[in-house]
Design a protein. Structure first.
Length: 303
């Protein structure tokens, strides 16, 4: 299989960055995120132990035994566990249909940011749809996606519509264990046998960001596909997190732009059997870069 490096290199040439530097930046970001999550997990663990201490009565003091810390997780996953977002044991405490789970998921994210939903996008999909999409993503894990931008009034009409190109990269993680009504803390997902598909993440970073920040480039959008309920409810939950600005008062990407990138992703990795244009472009991008045409990519990306 031929590498798509030549195509991306052509586009990145004017930015002064190579595909390898771009990939290295993405790996560095995941490494730092994993370290942050491990530290947060330890803090949560200490808080949990504190909350579980019994009252200091004479009887309790004489009969109780110290609570032993749970073993440290070694999966080093950068993905926030679904249980940190959704009360999974409560979900299993009473029957919930797939539609009810999906509705709860979307409603939760809509109420974020003081009820505005800003900074997040969410959706759900059947397990079969997710499996179809990831079967292609595991073979072709990267692509450059064009995002339409408003035309400057000073630009000539015949210049065409302006686009900003985003580099997107898939990454696959552990298979989450089957959830139950009993919450099991600090169980390594990697050590639990599961028929659930692997959790996946997709990061989107503008090419211009690499010119400004080099290897410290920050993804503007991170999509996470949670597969914890794939076996029990036949649903995969998608969560999109838009990176806040340095001031914290806004986000690096508009809500509608994040939605556009998520939809554009599906046009390439979830193609229709009757219209395989997305798959053809993706294959050409990776396997026959000399035949790839950016005009066709832009045309197919239009929603």
């Amino acid at each position: 299989m031929k590498c798509c490096e030549s195509i991306v290199t052509d586009l990145l040439a004017r930015e002064g960055k190579s595909l390898e530097e771009l990939k290295a930046s993405a790996k560095q970001w995941w490494k730092e995120q994993a370290q942050h999550d491990r530290e947060q997990l330890q803090k949560d663990h200490e808080a949990l132990l504190q909350s579980q201490k019994l009252p200091e009565t004479p009887q309790a003091k004489s009969e109780s035994t110290p609570i032993k810390p749970a073993p440290e997780r070694h999966d080093a996953s950068p993905v926030k566990p679904l249980s940190s977002i959704l009360n999974v044991p409560k979900l299993f405490a009473s029957p919930h249909t797939t539609k009810q789970v999906a509705d709860l998921w979307v409603a939760y994210h809509t109420m974020q940011s003081e009820g505005t939903g800003k900074g997040f996008i969410s959706a759900s999909m059947p397990t079969e749809t997710y499996t179809k999409m990831t079967s292609l993503a595991q073979k072709y894990s990267s692509l450059v996606v064009p995002l339409p931008r408003p035309k400057d009034s000073s630009e000539p009409e015949d210049n065409g519509d302006p686009y900003e190109f985003f580099f997107m990269q898939w990454d696959f993680h552990h298979r989450p264990p089957h959830p139950t009504a009993m919450q099991e803390l600090f169980v390594s997902p990697a050590s639990a046998a599961s028929s659930n598909p692997p959790i996946s993440t997709i990061i989107f970073t503008p090419l211009q960001e690499y010119k400004l920040r080099g290897t410290y480039a920050t993804p503007f959008l991170v999509l996470t596909n949670y597969t914890d309920l794939a076996s029990t409810h036949d649903v995969v939950l998608l969560r999109g997190e838009i990176t806040p600005s340095s001031s914290g008062s806004s986000f690096l990407l508009k809500q509608e732009d994040a939605q556009y990138l998520a939809m554009a992703l599906q046009k390439f990795f979830l193609w229709d059997e009757k219209d395989g244009e997305g798959k053809r472009l993706l294959q050409t991008f990776h396997e026959r870069p000399e035949e790839f045409r950016w005009e066709e990519l832009i045309q197919h990306s239009r929603l």
